[in-house]
Structures are given as C-alpha cells and as structure tokens.
Design a protein around this ligand. Structure first.
Ligand code: AHR
Length: 495
C-alpha cells in the first residue's frame, strides 16, 4: 500500500483563516433563487418570509459565513429599485444572461438582506457597474445602510424597514473584463475609482470594497489593476476560476458519466488553482507587499455540461464524489493561502453549477460538496499551521496528480483540525501524521467517501453522507490510519 507522511509544525502559525473562505454565491440564474432559496410566502413548501426553511437550516448547519448576490453576470443588468416595494408593483425584466426568462423581482434587497440576517451571515452585494450608474449604486448603499434622514433612508422606511442593515462587502462590478462590460483593465481601474468614490460609509457602517480582479490566468489584468488601487479604498480584488474537466468550454463533460481519465483531468484542472493564487498573489505583492489588499475567489467550482433535458440557460448539474474531492482540494488551497485569500464563494449555493444543495419541489438534497463544507467548518476563524506532506501520486493514462491534499489549523480553544483528501480512485493510502509539539488528549474524525460517481438523487436514498471514522490510532504525537480511496477526512485533535 502506498504511504504518505504529514509533519505538522504547530508552533509555526502561518495566517488567519477567515471564515469567509467558506462563503457561498447566489445568482438570479436558473433555480438558484426562485424555487431554490425562495419559494414565496404562499408556497406549500415550508418557508420563512418566502425562503425555504429546509435550506435555511442546511446552510446554518455548515455555518455559512457570507452570501454573494445578485450575480454574476446578472448583477451588471440588475437595477435594485425594480426589486423593492409592493411585490405586485415590481417591474418585470428579461434575464438576458440566463435563459431569457422573466424575472419578476419578487426577491430583492429586503428579501436578500433579511435572509442574511436570518442565516447570521455577511451579505456581499455585487454592484452594477456595467449597465448601471454611479448614483444608482451610491443610492443603493444609502438605502441599505443610512440611519438618518435622506431620500433613500426614507424610502427604505416606507418599504417597512426602519433600521438600516449592516453591509460590509461591496463588489464594484462583476467580470468587468467580460459580461460586466468587456473593459480593458486600465479603463476598469478608472471606473472602479469613480464608482467607489460615491459609495460612502454611513452611520458607522464600513464598506469593504472589492474591485473586479482577473479571470483565471489573466495576469495582465492584475498587473494593470493593482498599481491603480492602493489609494482608492480597495480592500480586495476578485478572482474567478472554474474547473472544466475537458478544458473545452464547448464540451465540458458530463457531471455524472465520466471516465477515470476525465476524473484525473478534473483534479488536475482543479489543482491549477494553486498556481493561479500563487502567481496573482506575487503580482499583488509588487505594489502591496504588506498584503493589505486581499484576494477573493468569489466564483469557483466545477462547471459541466447542463443535465440533459434541463434548460441550457439554467446551469443545473448533479454533484458526485468527484465534486467533493474538488471542493476539498480548493478549500485546502485557500486555507494554505489565507495570508492573501480572504474570502471564497463557491458557485453556487442551490441548484446551479457545483451546488451544495439541490431542490425539486418539496424535496431537498444535500450534495457530497455540502458534506465537505461540513467537515471543514472547524477551520473557520482558526489559525493555519505549517505542515509538510511527503506525498504519493495517482494517475490514469497520461494524467498524473499528487494523491493527497491537506491543510491543518488550530482554533481559539487550542484544538487542531486536519483535513485530508485521498484523490486516488484506485488505491487506499496509509497515512502517518506527526503532530510535533502538539500533545493531543483525544482524536475523533469524520469521513466522506464513496465510489467516485456516487451522488444523492431525489429518490430519498442518501448514497453519500459523512459519518464518524474510527480508523485512527493516536499514540503519543503520532496518528496512523488508512485513507480509503476517494475520501475526504477531517480529524479533530483535542489539546
Ligand atoms: O456562475 C455563473 C457565471 O459565471 C456568473 O454569472 C459569471 O460571473 C461567471 O461567468
């Protein structure tokens, strides 16, 4: 049996893992908002203010820290005033990006901000820079956050909300290099500076402004943008990168029906995130050596061909153990780069792309990806500690990958969390972990594993679900165990 070793150096605390790394994204796209999160007050599906109760509970259980909204590409066509006031009077629009369906604006600012309060998470608003106006965005901020007397604060009160909400995260445009306006970085940088000037901090609310960063490996965008930001209140730039198994957007591959080699290609394509984060961070360090401006990977995840028979504009796909491994890899990468990566948002929360939750009528399914977020939730707001992996490889055909991915943190109680994934779909792997100066009083673990094509459908059977893992032996400062093939393991060590 292949064997890996992991040496943990607990005294070497590297960086704080912001809980926002475990963030989510919800767009007016397909059935993410409507029928996913929101069914309306009159629905027979149990709901609170129109939001599905089962989804609220599921998201709370993984401690959702932040939710991005309303897009995506949708954000740059969204006019927030269409989504406030009496629902019957709200304007209808065409969702030109996603299936040309009618958007009735019944889920708007109040519904979203109240949902975030209910979930106990930070709202992250993506502002419309592409087709909106500066005053429109400035007024939106005023509407949401101003406590005094002003036209927008009065309008909010008229619509039933006396006190302002708290808004921290504000994105100034989405994919401004693409669906958000096809801009050049130099032009966008000036637009960013103009828009942000008029987005004010009201009533003690302090905005954390996010400038639109690069697509994948567009290093030129980061090179051009960064020197323009330092004095202009940007707390972070965004990065978007999706895992496409084939690397070909016109034929991305099926979510459920894939070969071993396609699996390993998917993993390889996911591991590219490491290079992207490293290289963009290096460029950022040239003008921001102290790391004051963070990197926010506010769209990531697997993107396959849509499920056959579903609306091509709705981006609905199933979610297998392959997706769980992809999530484990990405989250470990973000933890390991938490000196620069301050937030990440998987695309998307419900029914779209690599969703953590799928719904069909009254039914709700928790995907394998959901369980990875559950296993990793203990990393939120912990300190990353150094760990050195002596790895193995796994392969199929010409595609070879490192077999295991890892990250280790210590929380505020002094307990340690080790998260590992065995990405091999053929071989179990033995592991020996040394915890160095950390003397654990006890060890407990949870595991998610299954055949790589396994998924949870709507037939009521939970084929993939995390459970307790009792295969760990703790002896002094050593842990030994066998990682089953295609598995994600979270080990908690009490101090
Ligand atoms: O998540 C789907 C889409 O992918 C988003 O709307 C856009 O920002 C990205 O291209």
């Amino acid at each position: 049996m292949k064997k890996i070793t992991l040496e943990i150096r607990p005294e070497n605390k590297r960086s704080h893992i912001n809980r926002e790394i475990y963030g989510h994204f919800s767009e007016h796209l397909g059935r993410c908002i409507y029928n996913g999160l929101y069914v309306g007050e009159d629905s027979s599906v149990p709901n609170k203010n129109g939001v599905r109760k089962d989804v609220i509970e599921a998201l709370k259980a993984i401690k959702i820290p932040v939710l991005r909204w309303p897009g995506g590409c949708f954000a740059d066509e969204y006019h927030w005033k269409d989504g406030i006031g009496e629902k019957s009077g709200r304007k209808k629009m065409i969702n030109t990006n996603w299936g040309h369906v009618v958007e009735d604006n019944s889920f708007g600012t109040h519904e979203f901000m109240d949902l975030c309060e209910e979930l106990g998470c930070e709202p992250y608003i993506a502002g419309n820079l592409g087709s909106g106006t500066v005053s429109e965005l400035a007024e939106w901020v005023e509407y949401m956050t101003f406590d005094g007397v002003s036209p927008m604060a009065e309008l909010r009160r008229k619509n039933g909300r006396e006190k302002p909400w708290r808004l921290k995260y504000l994105g100034i445009g989405n994919e401004s290099w693409g669906c958000g306006g096809n801009m050049r970085p130099e032009y966008y940088a000036d637009e960013y500076r103009r828009y942000q000037t008029f987005c004010k901090n009201f009533s003690g609310n302090e905005l954390f402004k996010v400038a639109c960063g690069p697509s994948a490996n567009d290093y030129n965008w980061t090179e051009k943008l960064m020197p323009c930001l330092n004095e202009w209140n940007a707390k972070a730039i965004s990065l978007h990168y999706y895992t496409i198994p084939t690397g070909d957007w016109s034929k991305k591959g099926d979510a459920v029906d894939f070969t071993d080699e396609e699996y390993y290609k998917t993993i390889k394509s996911t591991l590219y995130m490491e290079e992207l984060v490293t290289r963009h961070s290096e460029i950022m360090s040239k003008t921001d050596p102290e790391g004051k401006i963070g990197l926010i990977v506010d769209e990531w995840g697997c993107w396959y061909d849509v499920e056959k028979g579903t609306n091509p504009g709705f981006l609905f796909q199933q979610n297998t153990m392959r997706d769980a491994i992809v999530a484990a890899i990405n989250l470990n990468i973000f933890n390991e780069h938490s000196d620069r990566v301050v937030m990440a948002n998987i695309a998307q929360a419900v029914n779209v792309l690599q969703a953590v939750i799928l719904t069909e009528g009254e039914k709700m399914v928790l995907t394998p990806t959901y369980y990875v977020f559950k296993l990793y939730s203990g990393h939120q707001d912990s300190e990353l500690v150094e760990s050195v992996l002596n790895n193995e490889t796994a392969s199929s055909g010409d595609t070879e990958i490192p077999a295991v991915t890892k990250s280790v943190s210590i929380d505020k109680n002094g307990d340690m969390l080790i998260t590992l994934a065995n990405c091999s779909i053929d071989e179990d792997i033995a592991a020996e972990v040394s915890t160095g100066s950390f003397a654990a009083s006890s060890a407990s673990a949870e595991i998610l594993c299954g055949e790589v094509h396994a998924y949870n459908g709507f037939d009521g059977k939970e084929n993939v679900k995390s459970c307790a893992f009792d295969g760990i032996t703790l002896s002094g400062n050593k842990l030994t165990f066998v990682m089953p093939k295609c598995s994600v393991i979270a080990i908690k060590l009490k101090k």
